[in-house]
Design a protein around this ligand. Structure first.
Ligand SMILES: Nc1nc2c(c(CN[C@H]3C=C[C@H](O)[C@@H]3O)cn2[C@@H]2O[C@H](COP(=O)(O)O)[C@@H](O)[C@H]2O)c(=O)[nH]1
Length: 339
């Protein structure tokens, strides 16, 4: 089968042919202006300090942590907002993506080598249920799929990369694109691809965030000094579209908005789901371009890279911190292993 359009080109194609989702250029400019004051200070070195659950090191253990977390980095949204999976760790209760990280750290503290491929290649479903157990009555979604993906991914990492994600990184020869393709070609659960208007397209959300988190944990140094890191796009999850609509940079048709407000689910690959994801990626690309333009106009030189990764991370954190303000804006409900 011919290879799909890469994520950035896929996003442009979807945005140009989208019917229920629109990138609003006025909203794009407003979002860029909102982010501008913080943007010039963005630096990849900040990533670890951003969150207490992120690995502190930049060694093989930290890379294996990132690999297993991003292998499971999908579908945390709860059927009912008030009844969520929660993991208590270090005296705090975590939900969503952070519940996953807290569960991994809790297991490691209990001596369970959950980040070692030799362990998760043959981990049982019962063990996975225990590792990712919730401290509420609501379990983490898709626990059976998480078990299947762990076994599949662990076996491949052992067979093809000696059980260490660092070997996979070294094979990429400091190219972000090469690492993304190595991951997608070797690990089936990362193949986030679909069909749109007769074209095969890709978003590769988990493969791209894996490259981004690798770059971040290595602070852009050594094996993580990817010369093409700025070619990685934003990660098409279910939170970023929500914040982009909240900021007015993305607009939904009345019909789609009504559907989402009613909590209707969209299947992975549905036309409207693809339009939401593709337009979100394209929207962030335009916000990034606008940010660079505004900085240029002000004659300001940013301290670090202004790329879609750091823009995504900050928008994602902004969404987490403004959960209450965004209550009226629905996120799209798709249950799948890709995001
Ligand atoms: N676009 C984008 N999507 C991201 C992330 C992250 C966490 N990563 C960074 C965060 C801190 C560290 O700096 C990590 O690097 C998780 N997700 C996605 O969100 C969803 C979970 O949402 P909630 O249910 O609210 O926890 C789910 O699809 C998950 O896959 C990101 O950064 N960008």
């Amino acid at each position: 089968m011919d290879s799909p359009l890469p994520p950035r080109e896929s996003a442009r194609f979807v945005a140009e042919n989208s019917r229920d989702v629109l990138v609003d250029l006025e909203g794009v400019r407003r979002a860029a202006e909102l982010l501008l004051p913080a943007a010039s200070a963005w630096r990849v070195e900040q990533w670890k300090a951003l969150h207490e659950l992120n690995p502190r090191g930049a060694d093989e253990a930290a890379l294996n942590w990132v690999f297993v977390v991003d292998t499971l980095n999908f579908s945390f949204w709860a059927e009912h907002e008030e009844r969520k999976c929660e993991v208590r760790y270090g005296g705090k209760a975590y939900t969503g993506y952070w519940a996953l990280c807290a569960a991994v750290n809790r297991a490691l503290d209990q001596g369970i080598p959950v980040t070692s491929a030799s362990y998760y290649a043959t981990v049982t479903l019962d063990q996975v249920r225990n590792i990712f157990r919730s401290d509420t009555a609501v379990p983490m979604p898709l626990i059976e799929e998480r078990h299947r993906v762990l076994n599949e991914t662990g076996k491949i990492l052992l067979e093809k990369f000696g059980g260490s994600f660092l070997n996979c990184i070294q094979k990429s020869e400091k190219s972000a694109q090469k690492l993304m393709h190595l991951v997608v070609e070797n690990f089936p659960s990362y193949r986030d691809e679909t069909q749109f208007e007769g074209k095969r397209i890709s978003f590769y959300k988990r493969a791209q965030i894996l490259v981004a988190d690798t770059w971040s944990v290595l602070e852009g140094k050594g094996a993580g000094c990817f010369e093409d890191i700025s070619s990685i796009t934003m990660f098409a999850d279910y939170r970023l579209p929500q914040i982009l609509v909240y900021l007015g940079a993305l607009k939904y048709s009345d019909q789609l908005l009504k559907k989402l407000l009613q909590g209707e689910m969209l299947s992975n690959g549905d036309k409207q789901e693809v339009e939401i994801r593709g337009c979100s990626i394209w929207c962030v690309e335009l916000i990034r371009d606008c940010l660079l333009e505004l900085l240029e106009k002000r004659g300001e030189k940013p301290q670090g890279e202004i790329n879609s990764i750091l823009l995504d991370y900050h928008l994602w954190d902004y969404a987490r911190d403004h959960r209450e303000d965004m209550k009226g804006i629905p996120f799209h409900r798709t249950r799948c292993i890709y995001y």
